[in-house]
Design a binder for this molecule. Structure first.
Ligand code: SAM
Length: 304
């Protein structure tokens, strides 16, 4: 079963929706230089992709002030904290199998203190995953877990690739889907969450983002915001169309959908997380990012 097309059926970290992995890593590089997070691999990975403007932002060669709104840098901070904390809590609870869906240029498998024996699977498009593996080998980086990769399309039969890589559905798993769901067509999102649930032994955990359905007028504002970002980047030499990469329209909200599948979730909105840290950048929230909810929880409510 394959759902939808956006910019072709495969891509690398420089093209189509794959470039969003490089954008996210560029923002992490900026946040790392500002001592907000600690992702030492973000900058070298962005540099290796070779999108000039993103490289200049990641290395600090050009100021990010005219290119990246503060809200995205603050989001990188709360997002790193949320997902790092999710995996560390999961392993503290005894889970030794993790799956990072849409891993992009995420370096958790190389920088988190995974307990010995933890297996971390990364799933993304084959060219994105292959590029990251090669680049980190060239950089002399060593995974801090038993890292295994599954190059696959998440609209397609990715569980087959995961099984071939050694995934064991009988073991409780910690799953993350970070920065992914808006890039999937609605029915592919449902199918992905169904599949994650079907592959989850009792005590498995999940973390992702739950976006509320748009109020009238919201989508027009979001589209306009994405066009504004793309236009600005185009004038700065990076040709992308952020609006085209996203899927709009009604969809099941991930949090309530997962709850119906038996997951017991907690969550906090970006607004809550920013308030807790005293971050001010939501004052300029034209794209309604503040309502995005980070959710995580346990299948069946029992801890592994
Ligand atoms: N999770 C990473 C992070 O936070 O840095 C990457 C997020 S990036 C915004 C979105 C990622 O989703 C990209 O790496 C892209 O390749 C991946 N992705 C989107 N749709 C996908 C699909 N159908 N199959 C595989 N990967 C997909």
């Amino acid at each position: 079963m394959t759902f939808g097309e956006y910019g072709g059926d495969s891509w690398d970290a420089a093209s189509g929706v794959g470039a969003t992995a490089t954008m996210s890593a560029a923002v992490r590089a900026i946040a790392t230089r500002a001592d907000l997070i600690d992702d030492p691999f973000a900058e070298p990975l962005v540099r290796a992709v070779g999108i000039d403007h993103l490289t200049r932002l990641a290395t600090g060669e050009v100021s990010h002030d005219d290119s990246v709104d503060r809200i995205w840098i603050d989001m990188a901070e709360v997002r790193a904290d949320f997902y790092d904390g999710f995996f560390l809590d999961s392993t503290s609870a005894g889970i030794t199998q993790a799956v990072i869906l849409a891993a992009g240029l995420d370096s958790r498998a190389y920088r988190l203190p995974w307990p010995p024996g933890t297996v971390v699977y990364e799933v993304d498009q084959p060219q994105v995953i292959g590029f990251k593996t090669r680049t980190l080998v060239e950089l002399g980086a060593t995974p801090t877990a038993d890292r295994r990769t599954a190059g696959a399309d998440l609209r397609d039969d990715w569980p087959a690739a995961l099984r071939i890589a050694g995934f064991d559905p009988a073991r409780p798993t910690a799953w993350s889907a970070e920065g992914l769901l808006s890039y999937l067509p609605p029915e592919a999102q449902d199918h992905l969450l169904d599949t994650v649930t079907a592959l989850s032994a009792p005590g498995s955990r999940v973390a992702t983002e739950s976006r509320p359905n748009p109020r009238p007028g919201d989508e027009a504002e979001t589209r306009q915001g994405l066009r504004r970002i793309s236009d600005r980047w185009r004038t700065q030499g990076f040709d992308t169309d952020m609006e085209k990469l996203r899927h709009f329209g009604e969809r099941n909200e991930a949090g309530p959908y997962l709850r119906r599948l038996g997951w017991e979730l907690d969550g906090a909105t970006i607004r809550d997380l920013f308030t807790a840290r005293g971050l001010q950048s939501l004052q300029d929230d034209t794209m309604r990012l503040g309502d995005l909810r980070y959710v995580s929880g346990v299948l069946g409510g029992s801890v592994a």
